[in-house]
Design a protein around this ligand. Structure first.
Ligand SMILES: C[S@@+](CC[C@H](N)C(=O)[O-])C[C@H]1O[C@@H](n2cnc3c(N)ncnc32)[C@H](O)[C@@H]1O
Length: 295
């Protein structure tokens, strides 16, 4: 599918309309929004700037730039990857081919973690946090942005993802409290963490082929949870009581239908689980568990 050929006399608003029509014909979910973002990105204009510049003619160079971005979107590259960033928890995160694009549903992990800490009166404590499979660093850095006295470690097996997480920490001025290290989930961590969060790979290997084309372009190791989707949960459950302090909290994102099996893995590992929390679509998305306090 070809992006529309834009004449240099086309107006900014006309370019938006032409791009949106091409996206609509290609069956994209949000053609107008995608066209607005990409034309704005090509011209360096925000939403208001686009409206103000609506009647101005685009230059030949601008027409080429818009067409090239449109072509990438028609090849099903996600908007976040094309523009290189995504908003999460009200913060801007750089993303790239090595990172998962942060999802709005994953904000439920941050919410659940803050709620659990508040219930224990720990919001202002000098907390130690671990984020297993940190990707862009979005979970750890969102938490540190809320918890001024906390410090944290994000782990990942992907070097390039860790580099992006470090850049995000720099951009958010959180480098002094965030460390990113390479390793498998909690393998290299010592004990006494107050909070572990993780959005691990949880798609079954078989279901990977059914994912939207944009998602299939994301790193396989960020998605593939093995034959039953539970490989990462098994690894995390095996280490959770060693890494958490007594009474410490574990918050995990869940795939559809995984609440029961994951709760089973955590209970077998000696953790006490709560009822799963729902995402915006009413799907059980987050599981909170605690290491039993010492008696
Ligand atoms: C679903 S993505 C989540 C990324 C990020 N936390 C987020 O919520 O957007 C899972 C991440 O786990 C990482 N990962 C996969 N296997 C891993 C392993 N054995 N140890 C550590 N990280 C792993 C992937 O590289 C990927 O960054």
């Amino acid at each position: 599918m070809q992006a529309p050929v834009l004449e240099k006399s086309t107006s900014v608003a006309g370019a938006r309309r032409a791009l949106a029509a091409a996206f609509r014909d290609a069956g994209l979910d949000a053609p107008e929004v995608d066209a607005r973002i990409l034309v704005g990105f090509a011209l360096g204009l925000d939403h208001t700037g686009l409206v103000v510049a609506g009647d101005r003619s685009i230059t030949a160079g601008e027409a080429e730039a818009i067409a090239a971005l449109g072509q990438r979107r028609l090849a099903r590259e996600s908007i976040a990857l094309i523009v290189g960033h995504k908003e999460f928890w009200g913060l801007r995160f750089q993303v790239g081919p090595a990172t998962l694009v942060p999802r709005p549903d994953s904000e439920t992990i941050v919410e659940a973690a803050l709620r659990a800490l508040d219930a224990q009166g720990l919001r202002h404590a000098p907390l130690r946090i671990a984020d297993l499979g940190t990707g862009s660093g979005c979970l750890l850095l969102a938490l540190l942005s809320e918890l001024a006295t906390a410090r944290g470690i994000g782990t990942d097996i992907s070097h390039p993802a860790l580099e992006i997480a470090r850049q995000n920490a720099r951009a958010l001025r959180l480098t002094g409290r965030a460390l990113f290290v390479r390793g498998s989930f909690a393998d290299m961590l010592g004990g006494d963490f107050d909070l572990i969060v993780s959005n691990p790979p949880y798609v079954t290997t078989q279901a990977l082929a059914d994912l939207a084309p944009e998602v299939q372009r994301e790193p396989r190791q960020a998605l593939d949870g093995g034959p039953d989707g539970l490989n990462a949960y098994r690894a995390i459950a095996a280490d959770a009581t060693r890494v958490l302090r007594p009474g410490g909290t574990l918050v995990l994102e869940l795939g559809i239908g995984q609440a029961g099996p994951v709760a089973g893995l955590l209970s077998a590992a000696g953790l006490a689980t709560e009822q799963p929390q729902m995402d915006l679509a009413g799907i059980p998305r987050t599981l909170v568990a605690f290491r039993q306090p010492m008696r």
